[in-house]
Design a protein around this ligand. Sequence first.
Ligand code: HEM
Length: 514
Amino acid sequence: MSSDLFTTAVASILLLSSAAFYLLRKITNPVNNRRKLNLPPSPPSLPLVGNLFQMSKLPYRSLRTLSKTYGPIMMVKLGAIPYVIVSSPDAVLELTDKDHDVSFSGRPRWKASDALFGGGTDIIFSSYGEYWRQMKKICMVEVLSQKRVSQFRYIREQEVEHLVGILKDAAKEKKSVDLSHVISTFANNVISRAAFGKTYNNGGGGDEENFVPLVSSALDLLARFCFKDTFPVLGWVDALTGLDNEIRRVAQEVNDFLDRVIDDHRTDRVRSSSERQDVVDILLRVQKERAAEVVVLDLKFTDANIKAILLDMFAGGTDTIATTLQWVVSELVRHPSAMKRAQEEVREVARMKSRIDEEDVGRMEYLQCVVKESMRLHPPAPMSVRKATDDAELKGYDVPKGTMVMINVWAIMRDPEIWDRAEEFVPERFWAEPLDFKGQTGKFLPFGVGRRLCPGITMGILEVGLVAANLLCWFDWELPEGVEELDMSEWSSVVLRRETPLSLVPVLNSSLNL
Ligand code: HEM
């Protein structure tokens, strides 16, 4: 081989291998691929932990502070996971408009939610798609429709009567009550009776009597720090901390309990059509009907689907309602003039009556403003979490497929650029601007927004209004002896709760016809 030929051969090999190497890097190196992406601005982060070190125990507050510097669309890294944080109504409206809604309607998958909610086969944690659409439709038509919510009215009324009875006894003894506990028991009882036909909250009974504490443990696990979700390569540490075992145990117990309830309904109970049906009965009927039809797509509606909907009812419809009520009462106790005005309205509507019904609550317009204002300041879900299902664009920034997207609902609803006297409790603002609960303006979002909007709004608002009206009608509320001011500290778990239980003294309103 001549030296010229040799040089040419070597040059060609070098050229070809550099081209192959370049192509390989292009294909396998996502960083390189994304070099041209216009990602949202990010605060500086540390290796490994990302921006975790900037998060307090109330992350929505820390994220608001960061977004004041980095803008209403920013990207942070929580551990190894990038999140796009959205903190303006403008961006929310774009995220949910017809060109973007589908791309931003996914949900992230977490270890605890996967184990507890059947691998995301429920509604809350299910990925966006046909499966989710069918499950949500069944839930909205069969469980949470206006007709069904009215059908369960007797449960709400009986449970409210029970709650008022407990408070009247405490008032006679001039004792303070743990209102947080009384209200949570109410919310759990309503869902248990609607779902299963009875309450499972007796504490001491056989293991099947302890479903409510079991659900609480499940919800607590969702809020626990999990290595796999934050630092995927360190997922094995969850086994060492005991988290894996605990998740497995609780998931198994929840599953066994729901299997027993479904079996009981299938075998032991033969109901006549005139008898009151609970959600398990209703869903078993849907199962039979779907088995008789050709089922479109894969949703055959098995027991696993029934269990997933039942669990969502507890996850979505207990703590959210209880915490909303606790904040409503807390704000009113701190604002005596609003309390007086709300009580006057409630007592005027309920004048000469021995019971407040749901139609009465519909006429209590100031009370509705109080509930909205309280939810504005204390949204039970301070952040709405989504996942980009495609490569998408938001306000000119690229959001790659698979990125977590969090709407900082809490920050938007306290933004002084949007709300006058944003940090103050001013129910009257909703007189002037009667915003609804569906988030259509992108600025009032207590039930979320877009395709993933909460399907339980009617039920939630009815329950909150009915209990609040009864608490204000029959009682005045005083701080326990020695307490000068109500503690309003927040505690962020699955929902944004009060950090301390709401302890108050009920004083019977003697002017009424009791
Ligand atoms: C005051 C009461 C309630 C509040 C504040 C509330 C709030 C929320 C929020 C913020 C979301 C997420 C929306 C989003 O991602 O944009 C949600 C979703 C959901 N809620 Fe509620 N909720 C309440 C009551 C209920 C009730 C009573 C039920 C059922 C019994 C329920 C069932 C659900 C379900 C199944 C979802 C998932 C929807 C989906 O992903 O498509 N919620 N709720």
